[in-house]
Write a protein that binds this ligand. Structure first.
Ligand code: SF4
Length: 294
């Protein structure tokens, strides 16, 4: 089973009466030339790493390379434990976990770059929170990762997931779209609803710039992962309600790419614009002896 755009993917799902995850899984067995057990094991390993990263963030004192982040997931966790969280349990957990994975990433720990290291918190954050809240099995979550992969593949094939090419919308936006599609399938959505959720997620973040302070994937990246996680949940809920996206996923991907390419270089991972140029951010860099590129 092969597809290169969302329309072809939907056609395959409809023709074979399969969810997106199953079409992608079959594609993987074909292209990797591996049997289903081997392909499943690979994704199982990825999910194990995702869960371990969250666990590390909540149980270890992690200091990032730039020293600008560390300990944030524990603060969020404590807030929820005290019953003081504003978001409900699901969103609160999702943002805590997403932020935690970024702590692991920024301290050079092991994460799954899905689709990139800078956006590595979104998918584990959302999926681990959904697993806990809905009492799902690992196998169900692993299966949904193929739905996320299908969306990631579509974006990589037809646009980009690189912040230096398309801004943060291409990194966190793509991760958010991948997560949105995965949750939609997990909660019983149709393939069409999964892709609508992905489209909503991409369009919601359209235009988001890449402006890492000091050129490090710490600030604003960490909070952006929390935002990407909540955007995924919002987008999935909208799609699951039956609201249809006016913009199909293929168009959303194309638009995201075009907008990304039209962003000035200063807002594409060069640390020469946006948040990276705020006086306080520059002063934080100086106090931590982070060499700036401007
Ligand atoms: S701001 Fe740039 S470096 Fe940070 S997560 Fe977004 S795309 Fe990645």
């Amino acid at each position: 089973m092969n597809f290169t755009n969302g329309k072809q993917l939907l056609d395959l799902c409809n023709e074979h009466k399969l969810p997106i995850s199953q079409v992608m899984f079959t594609r993987e067995t074909t292209y990797l030339e591996q049997n289903p057990e081997q392909v499943f094991k690979k994704m199982e390993q990825a999910y194990t790493i995702m869960k371990q990263a969250i666990h590390r963030a909540l149980t270890e004192d992690l200091i990032s390379m730039g020293g600008m982040i560390g300990g944030e997931s524990n603060k969020l966790h404590a807030l929820r434990m005290e019953g003081k969280n504003i978001c409900g349990s699901l969103v609160s957990k999702a943002i805590t976990y997403a932020i935690g994975v970024l702590e692991v990433n920024a301290s050079m720990g092991l994460i799954v770059a899905a689709p990139t290291a800078g956006s590595s918190g979104v998918i584990p954050g959302v999926l681990c929170a959904v697993q806990e809240e809905y009492d799902l099995t690992d196998a169900e979550i692993i299966q949904s990762l193929y739905t996320a992969s299908a969306v990631g593949y579509l974006i990589t094939r037809n646009a980009t997931t690189a912040g230096d090419e398309g801004g943060c919308q291409a990194e966190v936006g793509s991760a958010s779209a991948m997560a949105a599609a995965a949750i939609t399938e997990l909660r019983g959505g149709t393939p069409s609803q999964c892709l609508d959720a992905a489209s909503f997620a991409l369009i919601n973040i359209l235009g988001l710039v890449c402006d890492p302070v000091g050129g490090l994937v710490e600030i604003p990246c960490q909070n952006r992962n929390a935002m990407g996680a909540s955007n995924a949940l919002i987008s999935a809920e909208i799609a699951l309600s039956g609201i249809q996206s006016v913009v199909p996923i293929d168009e959303a991907i194309e638009i995201m790419y075009r907008v990304g390419r039209s962003l000035p270089m200063s807002l594409r991972e060069t640390a020469q614009g946006g948040t990276a140029l705020s006086p306080s951010a520059c002063s934080a860099c100086r106090s931590k002896s982070i060499k700036q590129t401007f």
